[in-house]
Design a protein around this ligand. Structure first.
Ligand SMILES: *Cc1c(COP(=O)(O)O)cnc(C)c1O
Length: 414
C-alpha cells in the first residue's frame, strides 16, 4: 500500500493498526470473518470506477462489455451454489436486501412477521427503530421461555391470528438450527410469502452444516461477508415467480449503480465456497462452536438454549454477576473480541444487556480447532472472573497473542 502511505499516512497507519489487531486478537464476533487475498484484490480493484445502473444486457450506461460478463458469471455462481432459480447480486448489504424484498412484495402498511430482536431477530425484521418497522406493520414471534428455542406452534398461532403478508425467518443471535420446512408450511397455510434471511448461516448451508432454506422459501436473502466469507454485500435468491418484482425493487426501487468491485469479489467468494475445503470449513465452524460451548458449560457458564448447533453461542452472564458490556470490554482488553448482547426475556436494557455473543467463523478461518476453542473458553472464564484485574487481563492478552501467531490470518499473513 505504498501509494496510500504516501497520500494519506493517517488513514494508512490506522489500516495497518487494524491489520495488526486482526492478527493478534481472537475474533469471536459471529458475523465477522477473514476474507482471502483473492477476495481482497477483487474488492480493491478498478471496478470501483464503473457505473452500470440496470442489469446485464439491460443497462442505462454504455461501456458495460466487461461488467455485464462479471455480473452474469456471479449471478450464475450464486444460483448454482444455492440451487436457486434466480439471483440478484446487487444489494449493497443485508439491510437494503431485506428492504428490497419488502418493497417488492408488500404495500406500505402491510403486516410482516419476524423474530423479535431481543430473541435473536434482526432490526430489519420489522423492529420499531428500523425503517422496516416504520413503513410496515410488524408483529413478532419469540423463543420459548423454557427451551429458549423457537416454538413453532406459537409461530403458527400468531400467523393465523395476524395474517402477515410475509413471514421472515433467520436471526443474528440464535444458537440453534432453523426448521425452514415448518416455516414454509406455516407461510403457505396463511397465504404469506416466506423469506429466509440466512445472513449468518449462508456458509454453513453451502457446506451442508445447516439444513437448506431455498426449497421452502419464496425468497432468501443473505449477506456475503459473514460465514460465506466474501466482501461486504448481499444477495437475494428467489423463485422465478417473484424475480421480476425483486429485481425492480433493488433497481430502480431502492438503489442506483451496483458496486461492481463488490459483485466481482462476491463471485470470487462463491467460487471459493464451492470447493471441498469450504465444506470442511463449514463443518469445522460447528465442531468448534460445540467444543467451545462444552468447555464454557464445564466452567459454569449459562448458555442460551443450553448450547449450540451452529456457529454461535450466547452466554447469559447473570449467574456470573458480571453484566454483558463489562465482560465484553474486559475480554477485549484480554485480546478476545466479542459483543454484548441481549438474552431472551432479558430484564436489562439493550445498551447494557445480560449476555455476550460469541462465534467461531473467523477463528476457524485461521485453522484453529477444537483444542484452541477449549483454551479460548478457559481464557474467557478467567477474564470474566477477573474483569477488574488489569494485570490478569494483560497476562491473558499475552497468551492469546502467542497462540494467534501460530495461526496465519487469511488475507493478511496467509
Ligand atoms: C447481518 C444481518 C443483516 C444485515 O446486514 P448488514 O450488511 O449489516 O446490513 C440482516 N439480517 C441478518 C439476519 C443479519 O445477520
Amino acid at each position: 500500500m505504498d501509494a496510500l502511505k504516501q497520500t494519506d499516512p493517517e488513514i494508512y497507519d490506522l489500516i495497518r493498526a487494524e491489520e495488526r489487531y486482526e492478527i493478534e486478537s481472537v475474533r469471536l464476533i459471529p458475523s465477522e470473518n477473514y476474507v482471502s487475498r483473492a477476495v481482497l484484490e477483487a474488492t480493491g480493484s478498478i471496478l470501483t470506477n464503473k457505473y452500470s445502473e440496470g442489469y446485464s444486457g439491460r443497462r442505462y450506461y454504455e461501456g458495460q462489455r466487461y461488467i455485464d460478463q462479471i455480473e452474469t458469471i456471479v449471478a450464475a455462481r450464486a444460483r448454482a451454489l444455492f440451487g436457486a432459480a434466480h439471483a440478484n447480486v446487487q444489494p449493497y448489504s443485508g439491510s437494503p436486501a431485506n428492504l428490497a424484498v419488502y418493497l417488492a412484495l408488500l404495500k406500505p402498511g402491510d403486516t410482516l412477521m419476524g423474530l423479535a430482536l431481543p430473541h435473536g431477530g434482526h432490526l430489519t425484521h420489522g423492529w420499531a427503530v428500523s425503517a422496516t418497522g416504520i413503513f410496515w406493520r410488524a408483529v413478532h414471534y419469540q423463543v420459548d421461555r423454557e427451551s429458549q428455542r423457537i416454538d413453532y406452534d406459537a409461530v403458527r398461532d400468531l400467523a393465523k391470528k395476524e395474517r402477515p403478508k410475509i413471514i421472515v425467518t433467520g436471526a443474528t443471535a440464535y444458537p440453534r438450527q432453523f426448521d425452514f420446512k415448518i416455516f414454509g408450511e406455516i407461510a403457505r397455510e396463511v397465504g404469506a410469502f416466506m423469506l429466509a434471511d440466512i445472513s449468518h448461516i449462508a456458509g454453513l448451508i453451502v457446506a451442508g452444516a445447516h439444513p437448506d432454506a431455498v426449497p421452502y422459501s419464496d425468497v432468501v436473502t443473505t449477506t456475503t461477508h459473514k460465514t460465506l466469507r466474501g466482501p461486504r454485500g448481499a444477495m437475494i435468491l428467489c423463485r422465478n415467480e417473484v424475480a421480476e418484482k425483486i429485481d425492480k425493487a433493488v433497481f430502480p426501487g431502492l438503489q442506483g449503480g451496483p458496486h461492481n468491485h463488490t459483485t466481482a469479489a462476491i463471485g470470487v467468494a462463491l467460487k471459493e465456497a464451492a470447493t471441498p475445503a469450504f465444506k470442511e470449513y463449514g463443518h469445522q465452524i460447528v465442531r468448534n462452536a460445540k467444543a467451545m460451548a462444552e468447555e464454557l458449560l464445564a466452567h459454569g457458564f449459562n448458555l442460551v438454549s443450553g448450547g449450540t448447533d451452529n456457529h454461535l453461542i450466547l452466554i447469559d452472564l447473570t449467574n456470573k454477576k458480571v453484566i454483558g458490556k463489562k465482560a465484553a470490554q474486559a475480554l477485549d482488553r484480554a485480546g478476545i473480541v466479542c459483543n454484548y448482547n441481549t438474552v431472551p426475556y432479558d430484564p436489562r436494557k439493550p445498551f447494557s444487556p445480560s449476555g455476550v455473543r460469541l462465534g467461531t467463523p473467523a477463528v476457524t478461518s485461521r485453522g484453529m480447532g477444537v483444542g484452541e476453542m477449549r483454551q479460548i473458553a478457559r481464557w474467557i472464564d478467567e477474564a470474566v472472573a477477573h474483569a477488574d484485574d488489569e494485570a490478569a487481563l494483560a497476562r491473558i492478552k499475552g497468551e492469546v497473542g502467542e497462540m494467534c501467531r501460530r495461526f496465519p490470518a487469511p488475507g493478511i499473513t496467509a
